[in-house]
Write a protein of this length. Structure first.
Ligand code: TPP
Ligand code: MG
Length: 894
């Protein structure tokens, strides 16, 4: 007789019989056969249009791995618990001492308290560093658990007492510790940043994928290495998390293990008070074809499951919501029993096995070493799909009086009695007075704890975290590689985007650099004219190409290949950025100097995935970001959601990002060559943002002696041949495609007898950064230094008026205003874009040649060099409407 479930009525004989047959099948032929038959039944029903909508997405609310499949634990749990308690204490002490210092620098206790056991099981038994025969694991943790990581490094003797003392005080003598994992600030310690919730998921997914890409392309040995990604359950609400899990399954990333710390709480309160976050996440991940492992209950529950023959306890587990479970974590055993059992006599009977005190203390799976070990072991051995482990814990576990409370996330202080009580409970052998001061505790080097801890890490190739960079330097190519660009295009009109694509093709062909180039596109290759590269370099696909592409007979087929070089990310800028981050950090993670070129619609860069660009800076990524179709008026027709006139401004907010807005192909060539030299030859931790455009014009040959100016941000492109009369002289600054307007404006002015020099500004950002740096040095030298900023020095000999025209907001040219030696008018494209032709857009935004010439004349009028009547005449000739509303604040509708 089949063990009868309570929810099946006794009189439903038919259902009982079906279940009995299933049971005998299972017992006789095993689970695989049972599954096959069940699937056949399900398929039959589907063929009859009877769909079991929720048939397989959720499994019961219990551990995925049953007791009988649980492996033996290979470590010493008693000793590991002792070590864990010391870590818990020191992690808490760091935050408490930071609190006591009165500096208000903050810190978190609750997250690590809930995550400690899973992290310790990983660190003692799984997380393996790179070794002779192993590629090395990349582990990303919940940022707020960082105190526990520091506490461990302290026990290992890798961090000093002083550094712990200076948690969150990085400027203190002897060094401090950053709040969260920040490779930028602790480059020998942290490998990957995670403090901006949600971003570590795409980062880890694409790191796992990029490792496979490197293996398939023969750039890295296929010697394993897992990516472990720990996130919070609240964090899983960030769209980047569930938004990127499909690709991991599609790419069969069995080198990826995500662990969600399901303590059922986020910062303010429950994650899903009225539901179950674990079941919800299970559905999402299973729906995306991940291997899902749930760790919900500790070993103490196993004896209850063993007597739950009718599934009454299981039913109650399914019924209770997270809000109930959270309430249980703060309640007495009696209260839990009463609420849990209610009027259910059968359940009351089962629960009688435990005393009230045992009920109060009964643990969740996330605090049971054996349950965690079983899950981790199964995950590392799973093949063909990524694994997510959903682990149920209590937030602030062990913080008596606070665990599970809604306020626990923000808890930064305990009173003296609570500290002493905590130290006692954790078995920390320090005096009451020391406990009240939250003194750190470190056992002797030859103690059992330290010996064990070190031995375990030695067996796993050394301590974690550790960031070591061992990557060969590349030699930057000579500028002659880009001869086609430096020689100019003759009469042929091309855009900087076309010039870039040709340069990219050249680099792909380069004998030494070629294999390291990683072109990345988010479904925009055709927009940028890159489709010819599909055939040449191939699109990376872990499955190769199982179909004959529709355009196979053309010159530019859509070619996917297992060793394809292009990363075609589809319409997913977050994913593409994560690929850029992976390729840009491969020098540190894998010792492979890949050079990413990520080309995207410039408006969907900073304002769409700016936070990821920020974390590229944190993770010391290298490579080239190319903002295509850039310029508010150069991308005509596309309208306000596409026309970018501000990304250069935002780019300046990323301190180690160099940004350029070049006008000519040769400028682009000089900048890219210099970028390769700095990032891959000199191995500097900078990266590049370059805007490119789709306006075609004849690209001039590179004049002599302008290389340095291009890199520094500005040089004189064309001097006027006319002599200066009555101080009538204009200097026109142009960048990118607006240079065409500036050149035309210069001709207009020349025709009016106003000599004008044309200056190409490749980077206002570089100019202003350098100038501010020089100014600061002079300030500190209190008159001893007379260093002059580059831009000031360059323009010092010049007289006349200065007019800058940019396809970006006026703030960009304005950023160098203080170093201009005369009247300075800035023209730019403040305001929303709109759908129009290029000439009409430029007239509307007041950056066309006529307006530039008008602005120069107006400035000369102010200086008394030109008569006002001449300006009036010019305004009429140029068609300047002086009653026109300001485009910065109006639109086509007025
Ligand atoms: C993008 C972003 N938004 C908000 C925060 C602030 N924040 C830090 S931790 C946290 C709650 C985290 O909850 P959960 O992910 O469940 O982790 P737990 O601490 O519960 O383990 C919040 C809102 C952040 N760091 N990043
Ligand atoms: Mg949480």
């Amino acid at each position: 007789m089949v063990s009868r479930r309570a929810d099946i009525p006794a009189r439903d004989v038919e259902m009982q019989e079906w279940l009995e047959s299933m049971e005998s099948l299972l017992r006789a032929d095993g689970p695989e056969r049972a599954k096959a038959i069940f699937r056949a039944v399900q398929k039959y029903l589907a063929d009859e249009n009877v769909i079991l909508e929720d048939a397989t997405l959720n499994t019961p609310y219990r551990n995925t791995i049953p007791l009988e499949q649980q492996p033996a634990y290979p470590g010493n749990i008693e000793l590991e618990t002792r070590i864990e308690n010391i870590l818990r204490w020191n992690a808490m002490a760091m935050v408490l001492r930071a609190y006591d210092s009165g500096t208000g620098v903050g810190g978190h206790i609750g997250t690590y308290a809930s995550a400690a056991t899973m992290m310790e099981v990983g660190l003692n038994h799984f997380f393996r560093n790179c070794g002779d025969d192993y590629g090395g694991d990349l582990i990303s943790i919940q940022a707020h658990a960082s105190p526990g990581v520091y506490a461990r490094a302290y026990l290992e003797g890798r961090l000093t007492h002083g550094q712990l003392e200076n948690f969150r005080r990085e400027l203190q003598s002897g060094g401090g510790l950053s709040s969260y994992p920040h490779p930028r600030n602790m480059p020998e310690f942290w490998q990957s940043p995670s403090a901006s919730m949600g971003l570590s998921t795409p980062s880890c997914i694409y790191q796992a994928r990029f490792a496979k890409y490197l293996e398939r392309r023969g750039l890295k040995p296929a010697n394993g290495g897992k990516v472990w990604s720990f996130i919070g359950d609240g964090e899983a609400d960030e769209p980047e998390v569930l938004g990127t899990i499909n690709i991991a399954a599609r790419e069969q990333l069995d080198n990826l293990i995500m662990v969600v710390n399901c303590n059922l709480q986020r910062l303010d309160g429950p994650v899903r008070g009225n539901g179950k976050i674990i079941q919800e996440l299970e559905r999402s991940f299973r729906g995306a074809s991940w291997n899902v492992i749930k760790v919900i209950w500790s070993g103490e529950w196993d004896k209850l499951f063993a007597i739950d023959h009718e599934g009454v306890m299981q039913d109650r587990m399914e019924e209770a919501v997270d809000g109930d479970y959270q309430m249980y974590s703060v309640s007495s055993g009696q209260e839990v029993r009463d609420h849990w059992v209610g009027t259910n006599e059968k359940l009351a009977e089962i629960m009688r096995v435990l005393s009230d005190e045992e009920i109060r203390c009964i643990r969740r799976g996330g605090h049971d070493h054996k349950k965690i070990y079983a899950a981790f072991e199964r995950a590392v051995n799973h093949r063909g799909a990524p694994t997510v482990i959903l682990i149920k814990t209590i937030k602030g576990y062990g913080m008596q009086g606070y665990e599970g409370s809604n306020a626990v996330h923000q808890k930064k202080n305990l009173n003296a009695d609570e500290r002493i009580e905590t130290a006692r409970r954790l078995g920390i052998p320090i005096s009451d007075a020391e406990a009240a001061e939250a003194q750190f505790y470190r056992p002797d080097d030859d103690s059992e704890e330290i010996q064990y801890l070190k031995a375990r890490r030695d067996a796993l190739n050394g301590p974690w975290p550790r960031r070591t960079v061992s990557c060969p330097a590349l030699t930057a190519p000579g500028l002659d590689v880009f001869k086609a660009q430096t020689e100019g295009s003759g009469d042929r009109e091309i855009s900087t985007t076309m010039a870039f694509v040709r340069m990219l093709a050249k680099l792909l062909d380069h004998p030494e650099l070629g294999k390291y180039i990683v072109p990345i596109v988010p479904d925009e290759a055709r927009t940028f004219g890159m489709e010819a590269l599909f055939r040449k370099a191939g699109i990376y696909s872990s499955e190769g190409q199982k179909y004959r592409p529709v355009d196979s007979s053309t010159l530019m087929p859509y070619r996917e290949a297992e060793d394809g070089q292009i990363l075609q990310e589809g319409i997913c800028e977050a994913g593409a950025m994560a690929s850029f981050l992976s390729a840009g950090t491969a020098y540190a993670i894998h010792g492979v100097p890949t050079i990413p070129f990520y080309v995207f619609y410039s408006i969907f860069g900073f304002q769409r995935v700016g936070d990821m660009i920020w974390s590229c800076g944190d993770m010391l990524a290298r490579g080239f970001l190319l903002g295509g179709t850039s310029g508010r008026t150069t991308l005509n027709g596309e309208g306000l959601q596409h026309e970018d006139g501000h990304s250069q401004i935002i780019a300046n907010t990323v301190p180690n990002l160099l940004s350029y807005d070049p006008a000519f192909a040769y400028e682009l060539a000089v900048i890219i060559r210099e970028g390769i030299r700095r990032m891959y030859e000199r191995q500097e931790n900078v990266f590049y943002y370059i805007t490119i455009h789709n306006e075609n014009y004849a690209m001039p040959a590179m004049p002599d002696g302008v290389g340095d100016g291009i890199i520094r941000g500005m040089y004189c492109y064309r001097r006027s041949a006319q002599p200066v009369k009555n101080g009538r002289k204009a200097h026109l600054f142009g960048s990118a495609a607006i240079m065409t307007e500036v050149l035309r404006a210069s001709e207009i002015l020349e025709g009016l007898g106003v000599p004008s020099d044309v200056w190409s500004v490749t980077s206002y950002n570089e100019l202003s950064r350098e100038a501010l740096d020089v100014e600061r040095r002079n300030l500190l030298a209190s008159g001893e230094s007379e260093a002059v900023p580059y831009v000031q020095d360059l323009l010092k000999p010049e007289q006349g008026v200065f007019v800058a025209a940019s396809d970006y907001m006026k703030a960009l040219p304005l950023s160098i205003a203080r170093w201009i030696p005369g009247p300075y008018v800035v023209l730019g494209t403040d305001g929303y874009g709109l759908s129009e032709s290029r000439p009409d857009l430029r007239a509307y935004f007041e950056v066309n040649a006529e307006f530039i010439a008008y602005a120069a004349l107006a400035s000369l009028v102010e200086c008394g060099r030109v008569d006002k009547s001449d300006l009036e005449t010019a305004a009429d000739t140029f068609g300047i409407d002086r009653a026109k509303p300001n485009p910065a604040t109006s639109g086509p509708a007025g």
